[in-house]
Write a protein that binds this ligand. Structure first.
Ligand code: SF4
Ligand code: SF4
Length: 359
């Protein structure tokens, strides 16, 4: 495929052209945060650092209308009430600009949950078929990133339709590489990347700066067994979770966390059924109607979150013997960066690798 060039000076116009064919979500700066917003005139996409929130909102919105319903009394027989149900309109074709490779890999993990467990989630499936990702390769990893621990990397192509590589040649911009036929169609109006831009990119990829990847990745292939060895060691989990506030930020920002709740909002004789993000880090998540709570402490809840990502998921979706397990974590580091008390999932995983080996 021909490599194209997206000049910095052409970014806003190119995004505006895409917005004519798609519901375009693009990252913009709001205070200290970088958040995805629906395209609006005079918007300036900001691709300079990974967005604060993950890209999962394009496929699994924070709040989503599953259906609306209306009750109507049968005027000929007032003992009868009919219910009319309306499904939401099909999702618009959507283009998400500015995700990072860890987010694009998160799509595969969401697919596992919503498409590959025997029952397809129709709303998710419709969005998935209709959504393209134009992803920005990372020039260097932040000190909270660890995508290379979990099978990815700053230039991973998995899950993207287009990957943009920043270069300084030709006034600055991105060498754009199409990874799918849909991605190729998106780029067909962009000029071909110059030889200088392609050579600059090739040189960067051949010898990335030493700080681009912080340290070698540990071998986590035994993580599922080590976790099971420590499952009943509540002293270990109480130590690891001692600071946790149960705020749930880690799960809300995670590109791979997929838990949701479903509630009905009534207003008189009509209402809507909503799906909203939920968090396993909340005490209410597993509270049963009887008052019993099987995950009664923060230690139980952190154990579940780490166990799901590094044990239950790889057990449910096993890889061939000798291959790196698939974890339900892309190593994006958002849970570390935004945790108000700096609970670091890397530390928890390294501790369980070490202490699970000794136990
Ligand atoms: S973000 Fe930190 S404090 Fe909040 S629930 Fe997650 S681990 Fe606990
Ligand atoms: S667990 Fe943390 S590092 Fe892993 S994908 Fe979720 S937010 Fe990112």
């Amino acid at each position: 495929m021909v490599a194209r060039f997206l000049a910095n000076s052409a970014l806003a116009d190119t995004a505006a052209a895409w917005a004519r064919d798609f519901r375009l979500l693009a990252p913009v700066r709001e205070g200290q945060a970088v958040v995805y917003r629906a395209w609006a005139k005079d918007m300036h996409p900001f691709l300079g650092r990974p967005p604060t929130c993950s890209a999962k909102e394009a496929l699994l919105p924070q709040t989503e209308n599953l259906l609306t319903y209306t009750y109507r009394k049968d005027q000929a027989d007032l003992t009868r009430t009919e219910v009319f149900v309306a499904e939401p309109l099909p999702p618009e074709p959507t283009l998400l600009l500015g995700a990072r490779p860890c987010d694009a890999r998160g799509r595969k993990l969401l697919d596992r949950v919503f498409l590959e467990r025997g029952v397809e989630d129709p709303l998710y499936a419709a969005k998935r078929r209709n959504t393209l990702f134009v992803t920005v390769a990372c020039e260097r990893m932040e000190n909270t990133c660890f995508c290379h621990w979990t099978g990815g990397g700053p230039t991973s192509e998995e899950g993207s339709d287009v990957l943009l590589f920043a270069v300084g040649a030709d006034g600055g911009g991105y060498v754009a590489k199409a990874l799918t036929p849909e991605g190729e169609r998106l780029l067909d109006k962009l000029p071909e990347a110059s030889r200088a831009a392609q050579e600059e990119l090739a040189a960067k990829l051949a010898s990335p700066p030493s700080q681009a990847v912080p340290g070698p990745a540990p071998d986590l292939s035994a993580a599922p067994e080590r976790f099971l060895k420590l499952f009943g060691n509540m002293d270990f989990w109480m130590d690891e979770s001692a600071r946790c506030l149960s705020c749930g930020v880690c799960t809300y920002l995670c590109p791979a966390c997929s838990c949701f709740n479903i509630t009905d909002e009534n207003s008189g004789m009509k209402g809507k059924r909503l799906r909203t993000w939920d968090t396993c880090m909340s005490a209410l998540y597993t509270l049963e109607g009887s008052g019993h709570n099987p995950r009664v402490s923060r230690a139980h809840r952190l154990r579940n979150r780490v166990g799901h990502k590094f044990c239950y998921h790889p057990q449910e979706f096993p890889k061939d013997a000798g291959a790196q397990p698939e974890f339900s974590c892309t190593g994006c580091g958002r849970c570390i960066k935004s945790c108000p008390v700096s609970v670091d999932i890397r530390r928890v995983v390294l501790d369980l690798m070490e202490k699970g080996d000794a136990s």
